[in-house]
Design a protein around this ligand. Structure first.
Ligand code: ASP
Length: 439
């Protein structure tokens, strides 16, 4: 057995956090490959080193004096080095960074130094080999991640390496420029390293004890999901639930490697397991609830719509022509509704409506705005009768008017449309009925 362990910024924000991390790694000899983020916030109002690097580089690019900013960043690392009593100097590294900033090497280079330096520090602290991600993680010229080539080079490199630290978030293009993933991209690096090393588990250590059943800003102390499938996670993440970078699941999912989300500050907690498939029943019928506000519905009516071949296609064409993607499209006999993101749709609404009128000649076409969509996700729904009924009676009890229902054919989720103002109440009602009362 072997494991990749990725640690997020808050797990590495100070010397005390580094000490916890070392203990976690050394507790289990299977934890062989370590992927660190850059130091994050030590307290709520603190700055993340990545943000400091972006800001510092912006000054360099404008020709302003950036040295005081760089000095603050250097201070963050020095504080950790001193706290851990490490025999390590980053002077030379900072001289190089200063020089490259003056040469305006690019903001990706600048941001990547957060992980690069933290990787050097971590490798020294653990006594592990340091592998610069620029030598093993590659991007094509068009900016896309080059998965095949990376897997080959990184796999080969790790084969000869018992234990190593590979900094997260960046790699390089084939012509040697540093390039980063989007923000939060160390999660993606962890997944790539897990696949290339062919490990058994990818542990992702953060500051929460796993993936929560519902948004803690709406539900007080929601329960942690014990086990979730990749497909369920994708549905919830798409609807706004966040823990992992969206792209982090793809490399490990393909390789069939489970992800275990863990809490650096509560390592005794089991966390959440994200798996390809499981025979384990989830504790509740539903696995999770997520949702987003800010949708518009375009309601189209036309007598005999059901017998008009190609009607739906023409409607969607009106959206496609204007570069608008649709979210859901529930339909009745002579009615059809298209859900779109309000902010995308707003400035093109009249163009889309005239295209609908021109292409489909409806009896009526009306826009309804300020709607929210809620996804109730769970592999358990397939084998349980009455889930939809329970959702709707719970919502009715709380006086929430349901504007739309859409159950995917996978029976993995039920999507409910409500007005923006009912959003929080609806989520509370659903959480209550399935988790709190667990009827
Ligand atoms: N440090 C980077 C960020 O703040 C990447 C990461 O932490 O995953 O976005």
């Amino acid at each position: 057995m072997s494991k990749v362990v990725k640690f997020g910024g808050s797990s590495l924000a100070s010397a005390e956090q580094f000490e916890k991390v070392k203990q976690i790694i050394e507790e289990d000899s299977e934890r062989r490959y370590v992927v660190p983020s850059a130091p994050g916030k030590r307290f709520p109002k603190d700055n993340k080193v990545t943000d400091m690097l972006y800001a510092c580089y912006a000054k360099a690019e404008e020709g302003e004096d950036f040295l005081p900013d760089l000095e603050l960043i250097r201070g963050r690392y020095q504080e950790i080095i001193d706290g851990l009593k490490l025999d390590l100097s980053l002077e030379e590294e900072f001289r190089t960074i200063e020089k490259r900033f003056r040469e305006k090497t690019g903001s990706d280079y600048a941001a990547s130094r957060g992980e690069y330096l933290n990787g050097i520090l971590m490798a020294k602290y653990l006594g592990y080999e340091f592998i610069d991600a620029a030598e093993v993680i590659f991007f094509r010229e068009n900016g896309e991640f080059d998965g095949d080539y990376t897997n080959l080079v990184l796999g080969e490199r790790l084969k000869n390496c018992e234990r190593a630290v590979v900094p997260g978030f960046y790699g390089s293009t084939h012509d040697g420029r540093i390039k980063t993933f989007s923000r939060g991209g160390s999660d993606v690096t962890g997944s790539i390293v897990a696949k290339a090393a062919g490990v058994d588990v990818y542990e992702n250590w953060t500051d929460v004890s796993g993936f929560l059943i519902a948004d803690p800003r709406i539900i007080k102390n929601p329960e942690v999901i014990d086990t979730i499938t990749y497909r369920e996670l994708r549905e919830l993440a798409y609807m706004g639930a966040t823990v992992l970078h969206e792209e982090a699941i793809f490399p490990v999912r393909k390789a069939g490697i489970p992800i275990n989300i863990r809490n650096t500050n509560a390592p005794q907690d089991r966390g959440t397991w994200i798996v390809g498939s499981t025979g384990k029943k989830s504790k509740y019928v539903i696995t999770g609830i997520a949702g987003k506000k800010g949708f518009c519905a375009v309601n189209i009516e036309k007598d005999m719509m059901n017998s008009e071949i190609g009607f739906g296609k023409k409607v969607l064409q009106a959206f496609a022509q204007n570069g608008i993607s649709f979210e859901h499209m529930p339909s009745g006999i002579d009615t059809l509704t298209v859900f779109v993101h309000q902010d995308e749709f707003m400035h093109k609404e009249q163009k889309v409506m005239s295209a609908i009128n021109r292409l489909t000649h409806p009896d009526s076409a009306e826009i309804e705005s300020d709607l929210a969509l809620i996804a109730v996700v769970g592999r358990g729904m397939k084998s349980t009768r009455g889930t939809a009924g329970r959702i709707f009676s719970a919502l009715a009890h709380r006086n929430v008017n349901v504007r739309m229902i859409d159950q995917g054919s996978s029976e993995l989720n039920i999507i409910i449309g409500v007005s923006n103002e009912d959003f929080e109440t609806a989520i509370e009602a659903i959480y209550d009925i399935f988790v709190v009362t667990n009827l």
